[in-house]
Design a protein around this ligand. Structure first.
Ligand code: ADP
Length: 259
């Protein structure tokens, strides 16, 4: 994957990020003593959890369905507020800044590709940049580069319904990451794909990580991908987070408190 010739707007955005970014030693993503229950008096989904991801770190969130993986991601992108504790993104306390200020530093990828059906592939990707303030021409140029990076330059003029599921998700990733965000959050990004297609999509995440070293947190329940990708694995279960890095590769049930 090669992303070349950044536009002036992209450079401005990177400079802006650098200005507001964390000190090198500061976590990129952090939960401190976070508790979240969706209903008053109910068993919390997360109970006094701590988590730290350093800048450039790549980790998976895993655990049974309903365990709280999406909740962890939503806390970071400000769709859910903690009952107790602090959520920080690039040093920003998410409770104290408007969600759009946090989200402009992020690329969000979801299981459902959420492409706009009336727009072409190129327009869908460019749209990701336009809503961040790129002028339309720069957005289109950035979209073309991003489509080439995910191997879809030949499909720029198609509509989403003319693509396979794997191709749609590659468009979704190109759109979400067009501004080269320092944080990438993905919620079951391969949940609708077969194993081989899922691996190809994960190759793109791997290439993205090599390209600009964003901090990446990806929720998946795919054991296959966890073993194959060999990244840090954080397990969400019973309201707790446990480190599971060795377990997927060695079959050992290592558990340790985080961070
Ligand atoms: P996962 O991503 O691991 O499947 P979620 O974070 O989506 O888990 O959900 C964790 C738990 O919280 C589940 O029991 C789910 O039903 C519940 N939950 C999630 N969102 C809401 C909500 N908005 N209102 C009430 N309960 C919710």
């Amino acid at each position: 994957m090669r992303l070349e010739r950044r536009t002036e707007a992209e450079r401005r955005m990177e400079a802006d990020r650098a200005h507001g970014g964390p000190a090198p030693t500061e976590p990129a993503l952090a939960l401190a003593g976070v508790t979240k229950a969706y209903r008053r008096g109910a068993q919390p989904v997360l109970c006094r959890v701590d988590l730290v991801l350093r800048p450039g770190e790549w980790a998976f969130l895993t655990g049974p369905s309903g365990a709280g993986k999406s909740t962890v991601l939503k806390l970071f992108y400000g769709a859910v507020r903690p009952d107790e504790g602090t959520v920080r993104v690039l040093g920003m306390d998410v409770a104290r800044v408007p969600p759009h200020r946090v989200r402009r530093h992020m690329g969000l990828v979801f299981q459902s590709f959420e492409l706009l059906p009336q727009k072409t592939v190129l327009e869908n990707v460019a749209y990701g940049a336009e809503i961040l303030g790129f002028p339309p021409r720069e957005a289109a140029a950035a979209a073309r580069r991003m489509l080439a990076a995910v191997g879809l330059e030949g499909l720029a003029g198609r509509f989403p319904w003319e693509l396979s599921g794997g191709e749609q998700q590659r468009v979704g990733i190109a759109r979400a990451l067009i501004h080269r965000p320092p944080i990438v959050l993905a919620d079951e990004p391969t949940g609708n794909l077969d194993v081989d297609t899922a691996r190809r999509v994960f190759e793109i995440f791997r290439a993205v990580h090599q390209e600009w070293q964003p901090t990446m947190l990806i929720a998946t329940h795919s054991r296959d991908l966890l073993e194959w990708a060999e990244a840090r694995v954080i397990r969400v279960e019973g309201g707790r987070l446990t480190e599971d890095t060795a377990a997927s590769r060695r079959g050992a049930g290592k558990e340790a408190a985080l961070p």
